[in-house]
Write a protein that binds this ligand. Structure first.
Ligand code: AHR
Length: 312
């Protein structure tokens, strides 16, 4: 009898295996690579058949991938939307096909009844935490800040800028003197930092760098060193993500602070989907992940060790 029960349960479980399409942005950063790895791991642990599509930073590729998932009749779609605008029609197509869509880590400006839920951090808050850290660190000292923005038109670039400005508001001694996109990559982050350094008296006039992600900060740290200055001392460095390499830089005194963004967005997304598939339970429209600040005082060497094998 027991054998029969187990066999029956096995069949039932197999019959329930769900297929999920995942339209990922690309692999612009260490954080992004970790999110991809963790999404695949989370799917495997739950017996979900994950169809993965890499959009190579292009919205048109993401829309094509979604259309393809809809045609295949997947049970749900996960999407990390590269930019915030332009999603209305494809979201309407998914809705029409009754396929739930879950947004991961970035937001869209479509109405929230066009998707099931969004898993992500409070992106404005992250920028604000970074700004407040700078306020607390420099006190009354004059501080000229250069800013490396994320991908133009992406919700983290828009919100992290707004948040940082909010964090430093009312502190006239702190001023953003240059701000440009580094596209969330190390290489562009380094290039743009080189031009900032050149334009600011070889970097002598820069007090701090605020980068919308750690990868751009890591590229910029290299540029600062090549300009003969000490990152972390001559130029303070604050960024967002909490990837292993920034903790390494912090442990070496070359970066000062980071605001962590969890790369495990898929875990909460799959939990919400499991409840929805089971009995139609509607999740909240926003499932918020934590944003913790880490400084040089928070055992960066230990933080690096704890994260380095996570596929970053
Ligand atoms: O959307 C999240 C952002 O995208 C991460 O902070 C950044 O590293 C990535 O490219």
């Amino acid at each position: 009898l027991m054998m029969t029960t187990v066999a029956t349960l096995g069949l039932a479980a197999a019959a329930q295996a769900q297929t999920v399409g995942f339209s990922q942005i690309g692999s612009e950063s260490g954080w992004r690579a970790a999110e991809t790895t963790l999404t695949k791991q989370q799917a495997e642990e739950r017996g979900i058949d994950l169809k993965f599509s890499d959009a190579q930073q292009k919205q048109e590729n993401q829309i094509a991938a979604m259309r393809n998932f809809i045609a295949q009749g997947v049970d749900a779609i996960l999407i990390a939307p590269v930019v915030a605008t332009g999603w209305d029609s494809i979201l309407a197509e998914a809705k029409e096909a009754e396929i739930p869509v879950v947004l991961l880590d970035r937001k869209v400006d479509s109405s929230d009844d066009m998707y099931l839920t969004a898993v992500g951090s409070d992106l404005v808050h992250e920028g604000e935490v970074a700004g407040k850290w700078l306020v607390d660190t420099v006190g009354d000292k004059d501080c000229r800040v250069v800013e490396l923005q994320g991908t133009t038109g992406s919700s983290p670039a828009i919100d992290r800028k707004t948040g940082f400005e909010k964090g430093i508001a009312g502190h006239d001694n702190i001023e953003i003197v240059r701000s440009q996109t580094g596209d969330f990559t190390r290489s562009v982050g380094k290039e743009v930092m080189e031009s900032f350094l050149q334009a600011e008296n070889g970097g002598e006039n820069i007090c701090a760098l605020y980068a919308h992600n750690d990868d751009m900060a890591v590229g910029a740290i290299q540029a600062i060193k090549e300009a003969g200055l000490l990152p972390g001392k001559d130029i303070l460095v604050v960024s967002i993500d909490g990837v292993p390499d920034i903790f390494k830089a912090m442990s070496e005194g070359e970066a000062n602070a980071t605001v962590e963004l969890t790369p495990n967005m898929a875990g909460p997304a799959f939990d919400a989907l499991a409840a929805y598939w089971k009995d139609g339970t509607m999740p909240p429209k926003f499932i918020q992940t934590d944003s913790a600040l880490y400084t040089m005082q928070d055992d960066p060497a230990g933080q690096y060790e704890a994260r380095k094998d996570l596929g970053y």
